[in-house]
Design a protein around this ligand. Structure first.
Ligand code: G3H
Ligand code: 13P
Ligand code: ZN
Length: 297
């Protein structure tokens, strides 16, 4: 991510839950000659089991001809982050964004001390990822990342990457009107902080993915993501890691729905999940091109 920030591109960080999503990202990265981050949330560890999900990703790391990171996404406390470092993650996020500032500094610093000792990098978050549309300037200031705190936070914790809140939110319903990120705030943060910056909640909810899912019965009215030109502006202003989960999920569900609707006699899981893997792979390849990481492995 350091060369990415320096050279004006970003690495896609893709949420994985199972074999199909892991293979989708690895195949995409291999075909695009792109580095990639495969990220795992605590709820995925609960769903799949630590051994199964890390086994899949470690195997991917051994086989893939491109550099991959196994990253903990939204580690909620010190114990979770430490467990993941010990399980072989090469990068962990400690998400103390729901704590008060001093508590966030303290837990983040504790994770950094442990992780750096083992050569594992650490991401932390400052500000809150919540919808900010239709909020007052004062409310926005309370939610979004404060550039002055950002420099203090980075210096006191020693983190490797900083997740910023600049108007995105998780999931498929980010905006009612046109998407708008606080790029001016991002520019100020990146003048003050030189480490790679991270953008969560960055799915674009593209119309073509939505149309397919809807065609085969999904009810996703009002879904709206971050416009692609806003992401490119964010990359120009210091974002070097971009988190994508929702767009992969939407592609997955559209493909599964299509098979189940058009091939009603099909009951082989491989014929149902294979196309879903391919659909996620196409989405990931598009992101790698958009973020400028294609050809950088
Ligand atoms: O921010 C992370 C994900 O989009 C939510 O992931 O449902 O696996 O906790 P999860
Ligand atoms: P999306 O919901 O926009 O895909 O964001 C994913 C994310 O930030 C994972 O940490
Ligand atoms: Zn996130």
């Amino acid at each position: 991510m350091v060369p990415a920030r320096k050279n004006g591109y970003a690495i896609g960080a893709f949420n994985v839950q199972n074999m199909e999503s892991v293979k989708a990202i690895v195949e995409a990265a291999t075909e695009e000659k792109s580095p990639a981050i495969l990220q795992i949330t605590p709820s995925v560890i609960k769903y799949a089991g630590m051994g199964y999900i890390t086994g899949l990703v470690k195997n991917a790391g051994k086989e893939a001809p491109v550099p991959l990171t196994m990253h903990l996404d939204h580690g909620e406390d010190y114990e979770t982050a430490i467990k993941c470092v010990d399980a072989g993650f090469t990068s962990v996020m400690i998400d103390g964004s729901f704590l008060n500032y001093e508590e966030n500094v303290a837990v983040t610093k504790k994770v950094v001390d442990y992780a750096h000792e083992k050569g594992v990098s650490v991401e932390a978050e400052l500000g809150k990822l919540a919808g900010v549309e239709e909020r007052s300037v004062e409310e926005k200031d309370a939610i979004l990342t404060d550039p002055n705190n950002a420099i203090d936070f980075v210096e006191r914790t020693g983190i490797d990457t900083l997740a910023v809140a600049i108007g995105t939110s998780h999931g498929a319903y980010k905006f009612k009107a046109a998407s708008k990120l606080d790029i001016d705030r991002l520019k100020i943060i990146s003048q003050k902080v030189s480490i790679p910056l991270v953008l969560h909640g960055a799915s674009s909810v593209p119309a073509w993915i939505l149309e397919k899912a809807t065609k085969y019965g999904a009810t996703l009215g009002g879904a709206k993501g971050v416009a692609e030109d806003q992401l490119q502006l964010a990359i120009k202003s210091g974002i070097a890691k971009i988190n994508i989960d929702t767009d992969l999920r939407l592609a997955f569900v559209g493909a599964v729905r299509e098979v189940l609707t058009t091939s009603t006699k099909e009951f082989d899981p491989r014929k149902i999940l294979g196309p879903a893997k391919d659909a996620m792979k196409e989405v990931a390849k598009g992101k790698m091109r958009l973020f400028g990481s294609s050809g950088k492995a």
